[in-house]
Design a binder for this molecule. Sequence first.
Ligand SMILES: [Fe+2]
Length: 301
Amino acid sequence: MEGEIVLGALAPHPPHLVYAENPPENEPNAECGWEGLRWGYHRLAKKLSTIDYDAIVIFSPHWQTYIGTHFLGLPHFESLSVDPVFPNLFRYSYSIDVDVDLAEAMATEASDAGMVTRMMQNPDFRIDYGTIVSCHMVNPNWSKPIVTISSQRSTHYYSAEVMGEQMHELGQACKRAIKASGKKVVLLSSNSLSHRHFVTESDVPEDMSKEHIYNHSQYLWDMRMIELMREGRTREMVQLMPEFTEQSIAETDAGGLSWLMSALDYPDYGADVHAYGTVIGTGNAIVEWDPRERATLQVSP
Ligand SMILES: [Fe+2]
């Protein structure tokens, strides 16, 4: 049977969210914090728990590779992940299973399309915190294998336009590999939207009286992008991506959201926004695309 993408989501990775959840894997303890985003993630996790799927494929800005796109290529990784900027918030013991067959299939398909790819087969490789935070929030019991795709940084090496073209090709290649695999797959783009942030931390990190968007123009940009998602105008959103990325220092520079839109064939149905909120001033949206919406649209008269 042909494989399919059963759900796609924008799933940002502020370590603060895992910190505020107080899971047993994370050492530091919080009183509370960032409830709007966390409850949005709970809704997305609840939806996922009702869907039959085999693996999660996640694109992370915090696995940066300057020569080509890399894929996790060993069946298991285990270690302690400490956030380099927030070691006071995130010291997470992880134990992660990887769908290596799916990873290799996507790498081969991308390579056949002319892209530079590589499998990560170093058993001591430390999984990036972007992968861990987003995957934890959508599936806290880690019941499914994952594949992480690296960000190859074309935005900084060349331009946001070059990155956009590369991510279009990568998304299409991943979609072809998933179809051929016969598997049901969930895709996550792990990134914030606008990404200017405060540079000092309050005494109590979860003090929500200090939390707000960094500036109004950044907020307006986030709302513009979210409006396009909700209206199913994702081709327009992707066209705006270079300008949005530059103007709001957005984490879309990594390419994940462009990759996701391509893999989903640029949804023309409305996305469901589970939450929007700020973390140290950055804009974060938890957004879901359910491809069955397209099927519904097509069969209606
Ligand atoms: Fe990040």
